[in-house]
Design a protein around this ligand. Structure first.
Ligand code: SAM
Length: 463
């Protein structure tokens, strides 16, 4: 444990009282001429020993009470040994000259709430052995996720974050379970202003949203980039659960696909998607937007759109063979708690267009790719490979085809112990798209999605 830590009296504090953080400490210092400060900081390697940035606004160099003098301020943890102190004096003398009178002194300083970083504060406040570090920031909003034993300290933690984290103006707690269909979170304001309209940047694009009404998860930025990077200028991109646009916006801006259609059931998502289309200066006609159920979107909008475009291209004499080859259909369904239930909608989706399809030669029919997000969950500890197998099984159970249509399973992230998020990539053959549809099943219940574990730790099992 460091010599420098907030006073023990604050342990157990549940309401922030900044004054209680004040403590007087003896800082080891060396007084130097103010005019030598530049040489010392440039030429003497003192970084490992100086106080550094951890206790900001306390700095490595402080004014001495004597005219024309400065103190070099050292971290007491780093200069405990006499030999270290000697070594430091020698290092400085080597640059400033042996004749300089250099001595170790102690300078009494008051450290206050301003000096302690969040980690030291939480460590000092929470009962021993309990740690807190799990929060995410979306624009000016910090959202926290608390384990039961930390709940009594949530208001204090929120106040600390509000005071300490750059740009933070609002701290909220997520409702423990996401039950609503739009996957947004029930928010409880813990500190700061009740303003949930915020803006973030992802892959260089601007995303504005009302955080209390739409879904946003910055942890998915890699996945948004991965999938939108798979398209090209001949792609047809259909996002069935588009949210505020993290797949379709970068795809449109960076890959310039032949066609982009975006859909979400939540009118608020659609509203903010349109705001973001404008904000990123994308022409409105580049993305066709819908606000319907994903199944309906697949059956009515996607199928008809693909057939129309494929027919147009197959009859156009100008289409180069090379471009025809690059033409692929990509349907993205990022609603992991439910999207597998949309897979049956693809079976037989082209039957109503079968006569139009007959006029398109097989070699001019475009490949169908579906990116189906899902959660693979286990009740017991299992080897990592189990989650991928479970993802395939979940898709196969829904497509009910003679062979698995899953061509790839990409692990997106670990949500909590025994729960992984996957993106199953399926290739749908035309036999499947023209097959007899399966009898309509009653809608699967919308599973409540438990909040992420504060720290996602998984017990390792043997593979
Ligand atoms: C997990 S979010 C993903 C949003 C976005 N694609 C992203 O990556 O941030 C799932 C989205 O599906 C939408 N949604 C829920 N049920 C739906 C349905 N039946 N049809 C279409 N969209 C739905 C929600 O409103 C939400 O925006």
């Amino acid at each position: 444990m460091s010599i420098l830590h907030p006073p023990e009296a604050i342990r157990g504090m549940t309401k922030l009282e900044k004054d209680a953080f004040r403590v007087a400490v003896d800082m080891p210092v060396i007084e130097i001429e103010a005019r030598d400060a530049g040489v010392v900081s440039r030429r003497v390697r003192l970084e490992p020993y100086l106080i550094g940035h951890k206790l900001k606004p306390l700095k490595n160099l402080l004014d001495s009470e004597k005219e024309g003098k400065k103190y070099l301020v050292f971290h007491p943890d780093e200069v405990q040994k006499e030999e270290t102190k000697q070594k430091i004096l020698e290092m400085i003398r080597r640059e400033l000259g042996e004749e300089k009178a250099l001595n170790w002194e102690t300078l009494q300083k008051d450290l206050t709430f301003e000096n302690w970083d969040t980690k030291s504060i939480f460590k000092a406040v929470l009962p021993e052995g309990i740690e807190y570090s799990s929060y995410t920031q979306t624009g000016h909003i910090i959202h926290c996720n608390f384990a039961d034993e930390i709940l009594p300290f949530r208001y204090l933690i929120a106040e600390v974050l509000l005071n300490k984290v750059v740009n933070c103006k609002t701290v909220v707690q997520k409702g423990n379970i996401i039950t609503n269909v739009y996957r947004n979170l029930d928010l409880e304001l813990l500190a700061g202003e009740m303003n949930y309209v915020t803006e973030v940047k992802e892959t260089g694009l601007r995303f504005k949203m009302d955080f209390s009404k739409v879904y946003w998860n910055s942890r998915l930025s890699h996945e948004h980039e991965r999938v939108s990077g798979m398209f090209n200028n001949q792609s047809l991109v259909y996002d069935a659960c588009c949210g505020i646009g993290p797949f379709v916006l970068p795809a449109t801006m960076k890959k310039k696909p032949k066609r982009v259609m975006a859909n979400d059931l939540n009118p608020e998502s659609v509203h903010w998607l349109k705001v973001n289309i404008d904000l990123n200066k994308i022409k409105k006609d580049k993305i066709e937007v819908h606000n319907i159920d994903a199944k309906q979107f697949i059956k009515e909008k996607v199928a008809a759109d693909v057939i129309r475009l494929m027919k147009e291209e197959s009859t156009s004499a100008e289409t180069e063979i090379e471009n025809q080859k690059k033409c692929e259909i990509h349907v993205v369904m990022n609603l992991p708690a439910y999207a597998v239930n949309f897979l049956p909608a693809f079976r037989g989706v082209l039957r109503q267009h079968s006569s139009e399809l007959e006029s398109i030669p097989e070699e001019k029919r475009w490949k169908w790719n579906v990116y189906c997000y899902l959660f693979a969950k286990s009740h017991v500890d299992v080897p990592d490979i189990w989650y991928e197998e479970e993802s395939r099984r979940m898709c196969d159970e829904k497509t009910k085809w003679e062979k698995s249509l899953v061509v790839k399973c990409h692990k997106v992230r670990t949500v909590s112990s025994r729960k992984e998020m996957f993106c199953a990539q399926l290739e749908l053959p035309y036999d499947f798209l023209l097959a007899e549809p399966l009898p309509e099943e009653p809608d699967a219940p919308f599973e409540p999605e438990e909040a992420e574990e504060p720290c996602s730790k998984r017990k390792k099992t043997e593979n």
